[in-house]
Write a protein that binds this ligand. Structure first.
Ligand SMILES: Cc1cc2nc3c(=O)[nH]c(=O)nc-3n(C[C@H](O)[C@H](O)[C@H](O)COP(=O)(O)O)c2cc1C
Ligand code: SF4
Length: 277
């Protein structure tokens, strides 16, 4: 692997046919340890169906060796990633984890119960924060970004021959993922007791200051994390602080998400979605 660019997010846990390959890939994560010179922390992405999520998920990870089967085995890859980073960075280097609390795969992957188990293991590892999320990019991407399903915009990205079937399939998702403000709050609440002193960040549909304060004051989370609201209003936190606003302007239309398969730059397209860029 030396010298080759590696897209870790594009790999699948089942591609590794032996332990050597797993170890080989883990050494790529070892290189992240050199980040200490460029950053003060790193978030290890264990959500949204990417590689580490796949190791953790009984749906994706069907291995019967030391990397699969029991939860401890499925957790082994992540454990090694974190311990190898920890060995090479100073104590104050911040290591956070984005953890799926529900994969929403056709058969059970990470479930809320399993996420609680993993949160306990992350606490034992001494990570600095757990951000709770859900959904997998291959099977349930609308769970990650609840809101409107941008049918026309998503179909636009497809080649002509795929459009009719794509329209039918994507249209059938409409109304099934409507925004439920703070849709990962229950998940944060359930891992709170096992996470102990580890701060929790809550992401997913946080739209009003009221809900944000409730989550923090109620002890469900220490941090509020946002994505789409910042795409629309990069300075929204400043506006909150100056009491100019008490909710975000993002309406969760998900056109910024549809920009990705269309190859457009990510920005707010709520007012208009271009035909080309
Ligand atoms: C355009 C776009 C790109 C995203 N890219 C990523 C990503 O690279 N990594 C990630 O963990 N989540 C990504 N997400 C998901 C967000 O981090 C977040 O989990 C999700 O949008 C829900 O939060 P929100 O309601 O504050 O937008 C993306 C979301 C959008 C809309
Ligand atoms: S396009 Fe704009 S309004 Fe729509 S979800 Fe994205 S940021 Fe929010």
């Amino acid at each position: 692997m030396e010298g080759r660019p590696v897209n870790l997010c594009a790999m699948c846990a089942w591609e590794f046919d032996d332990n050597d390959k797993v170890t080989e890939v883990r050494t790529v994560y070892d290189r992240f340890s050199t980040l200490e010179h460029a950053a003060t922390g790193v978030q290890v992405h264990c959500a949204h169906g990417f590689l580490i999520n796949q190791f953790l998920s009984p749906f994706f990870n069907r291995r019967q060796d030391k990397w699969g089967g029991l939860s401890e085995n499925r957790f082994r890859f992540l454990k090694q990633v974190i311990t190898s980073i920890k060995k090479k960075v100073p104590d104050e280097f911040c290591i956070t984890v984005k953890l799926n609390t529900h994969d929403f795969t056709p058969k059970p992957g990470i479930t809320p119960e399993l996420a609680v188990e993993y949160a306990g293991m992350l606490k034992d590892l001494g990570v600095d924060m757990i951000e709770v999320s859900c959904g997998s990019s291959t099977f349930s991407y609308m769970n990650m970004c609840r809101g409107d399903v941008p049918v026309k915009e998503l179909v636009q990205s497809m080649p002509l021959w795929k459009k009719p079937v794509a329209w039918f399939m994507i249209h059938s998702l409409k109304g099934r993922y409507d925004l439920d403000e703070g849709y990962n709050t229950a998940a944060a609440r359930s891992i709170r007791p096992v996470a102990g002193n580890i701060p929790i960040a809550l992401v997913g549909g946080m739209r009003t200051l009221e809900k944000m304060s409730q989550a923090v004051r109620g002890g469900d989370a220490e941090f509020i994390s946002m994505s789409r609201p910042f795409i629309r209003e990069p300075f929204i936190v400043k506006k909150f602080r100056e009491n100019k606003r008490d909710q975000v302007a993002c309406v969760s239309c998900n056109r910024c998400l549809a920009a990705i398969p269309n190859g457009f730059p990510v920005r707010c397209y709520n007012k208009a979605f271009p035909k080309s860029f």
